[in-house]
Design a protein around this ligand. Structure first.
Ligand code: PRT
Ligand code: ZN
Length: 284
C-alpha cells in the first residue's frame, strides 16, 4: 500500500483528484471529508492535508509520496525527491513593487522591506544577487502590504497578474516557475517503489494524451506526400485507401500547441474532411 498526501482544499485539490480518476484510480466521493481514504481499486491510501504540511509528511515517511507545488516543496527545504512534474497548478514567483516606483534592477531592493510568505526562497534569491533587504514574513494577503506602508515590495505567487494590477503593483523580477509535482520519500521499499512506478506510468500516459490530438483527414493521392510532410506523427502517419479511387485517408497524432498552425497548413495543402478527437491515454 502506497500513502499519497494531497491538498485537502485549495487550488491543487481538484487537479490532484481528477488526475487520479483519469489514471483509473477510484475512491469514495465523500472521501475528502475525512483525513484519509483508501482507493477502491489500487493499493493507495490518500491523506488530505494543508499543502504546506505535505513536504514534511513525505520527508518523515508518514506519507510515501505527495502532490504539492514546487514552490511549497522548495520553500519547505524538506529532504524529498521530485519524481514527476504534473502540468497543473502552474504559476510563477515574482517580486513586485508599487507601479509608479522607479525600478532599474535588483540592486534597487537593497535595504528595502519585502513582504512574503516564502522567506527562504526570497533569501536565496537575494543572496544570489548579493542584495541585503529586510524580509517581512507574513502568512497571507501579501499583496496589500505596500499599500498600507508595511513593505516596499512583495515576493509572491503570480498567475494571471491581475491581483498585482488591482493592488497597484508591477512585477519586476521573475524568480521561479512552479507547477504541481509528485514528490517521494527518499527511503521507499522496493514494493512501494514498484507501486509508484505503476502510478507514474499511468500519469504520464494521461498527461501525454492531454497534450495531443488524434487527427483523420482525406486527401487526393497526388497531394499525399505534401500532406504527410506536414504531419509529424508519432512515427509516420497511417495511410489507407478510400473507397473513392484516387483518394486516401490519413491518420496521425499532433501536439496540441501546434494544432491550429498544422490544421491550416493541411487545409492549404489540399486536405479535406478533417476530423479531430481527444486521446484518452497515450502509451509509447
Ligand atoms: O489551505 P492550504 O494551505 O492547503 O492552501 P493555500 O491557500 O496555501 O494554497 P492555494 O490553494 O491558494 O495554492 C496552492 C498552490 O497552487 C500554490 O502553492 C501554487 O503552487 C499553486 N498556484 C497556482 C497558486 C496560484 N496558481 C495562484 N494564482 N497559488 C496561489 N495563487 C494566488 C496568487 O498568490 C494571487 O494572490 O492567487 C492569486 C491570484 O493570482 P493572479 O496572478 O491570477 O491574480
Ligand atoms: Zn498553504
Amino acid at each position: 500500500m502506497l500513502t499519497l498526501a494531497i491538498q485537502k482544499k485549495g487550488r491543487l485539490a481538484t487537479g490532484s483528484l481528477e488526475l487520479l480518476e483519469h489514471c483509473g484510480i477510484h475512491f469514495e466521493h465523500n472521501g475528502q471529508e475525512k483525513l484519509k481514504t483508501e482507493a477502491l481499486n489500487f493499493p493507495l491510501e490518500m491523506l488530505f492535508l494543508r499543502d504546506d504540511d505535505i513536504p514534511r509528511y513525505v520527508e518523515d515517511g508518514v506519507a510515501d509520496i505527495g502532490i504539492v507545488g514546487e514552490n511549497v516543496a522548495l520553500e519547505s527545504a524538506a529532504d524529498i525527491l521530485k519524481v514527476l512534474p504534473l502540468g497543473f497548478g502552474k504559476c510563477r514567483m515574482s517580486i513586485a513593487v508599487p507601479k509608479h516606483l522607479a525600478y532599474t534592477g535588483v540592486q534597487d531592493l537593497q535595504d528595502k522591506r519585502i513582504a512574503t510568505s516564502y522567506p527562504r526562497l526570497l533569501k536565496k534569491f537575494l543572496n544570489r544577487n548579493k542584495v541585503s533587504a529586510q524580509i517581512h514574513e507574513i502568512s497571507g494577503s501579501v499583496e496589500i502590504t505596500p499599500g498600507i506602508n508595511m513593505a516596499d515590495a512583495i515576493f509572491d505567487i503570480v498567475s494571471t497578474g491581475s491581483t498585482l494590477i488591482s493592488n497597484g503593483l508591477r512585477e519586476v523580477e521573475l524568480v521561479l516557475h512552479s507547477e504541481a509535482a509528485v514528490y517521494r520519500n527518499r527511503r521507499l521499499n522496493p514494493g512501494k517503489l514498484a507501486l509508484l512506478e505503476n502510478l507514474c506510468f499511468r500519469i504520464q500516459a494521461v498527461n501525454k494524451a492531454k497534450d495531443h490530438k488524434y487527427i483523420l483527414l482525406n486527401v487526393p493521392n497526388e497531394k499525399l506526400e505534401q500532406v504527410c510532410r506536414i504531419l509529424p506523427g508519432m512515427k509516420s502517419p497511417t495511410i489507407m485507401p478510400l473507397g473513392e479511387p484516387g483518394w486516401s485517408s490519413v491518420h496521425s497524432v499532433i501536439k496540441e500547441d501546434k494544432f491550429w498552425e498544422i490544421i491550416q497548413q493541411l487545409k492549404d495543402a489540399g486536405a479535406e474532411s478533417l476530423l479531430v478527437t481527444d486521446i484518452e491515454k497515450m502509451i509509447l
